[in-house]
Design a protein around this ligand. Structure first.
Ligand code: MG
Ligand code: ZN
Length: 174
């Protein structure tokens, strides 16, 4: 069984902008490539798990999302990092049917577990919202990181709250 690094996208890989879907609006967050390289060297498989309710809301299409994902994965490859698979939830309960994939539900992580035979208990998630952490916990992860750049979070179920992605891979955890 392989271990996994699950990454939320908006607010972890790229700077959060509402309903982002254009390549020109996508800005990588400092430390994301180094974080991935660190876990790659430890033989983790890397996955993206992202809520994309902008699709249910009609702000952009599946095709727009795929185009951006393909570009993003190629940028990672330029840094010698393979994103194993990008999972997304296109739903929102107000705009589409209920689903089992929208975080905090664990559906995307459990799909990855099934497809890649992952060791969930030794896998990791990094998110910028509590629902990312909850999705990880709901999927059986024991190591969860909340990236809180603005130091605005008072409490979290996460194993650690970090203000820089670097703090995760440099083990600079309080
Ligand atoms: Mg996010
Ligand atoms: Zn969904």
């Amino acid at each position: 069984m392989r271990k996994a690094l699950f990454l939320d996208r908006d607010g972890v890989i790229n700077i959060e902008k509402d309903y982002l879907y254009k390549i020109e609006d996508f800005e990588f967050i400092d430390g994301i490539f180094e974080l991935c390289r660190h876990y790659k060297e430890l033989e983790y498989l890397i996955f993206v798990v992202t809520n994309q309710s902008g699709i249910a809301r009609g702000f952009y299409t599946e095709e727009d999302f795929d185009k951006l994902s393909n570009w993003m994965c190629k940028e990672f490859l330029k840094h010698d990092i393979k994103i194993e698979k990008v999972y997304h939830c296109p739903h929102h309960p107000d705009f589409s049917a209920q689903c089992s994939c929208r975080k905090p539900k664990p559906g995307m992580l459990l799909n990855a577990k099934g497809e890649f035979d992952l060791d969930m208990n030794n896998s990791i998630i990094v998110g910028d919202k509590e629902r990312d952490i909850e999705a990880g916990l709901n999927a059986g992860l024991s190591e969860t990181y909340l990236y809180d750049e603005l130091r605005s979070v008072k409490s979290s179920k996460a194993t650690n709250i970090v203000n820089k992605l670097e703090d995760i891979y440099s083990a600079n955890i309080k």
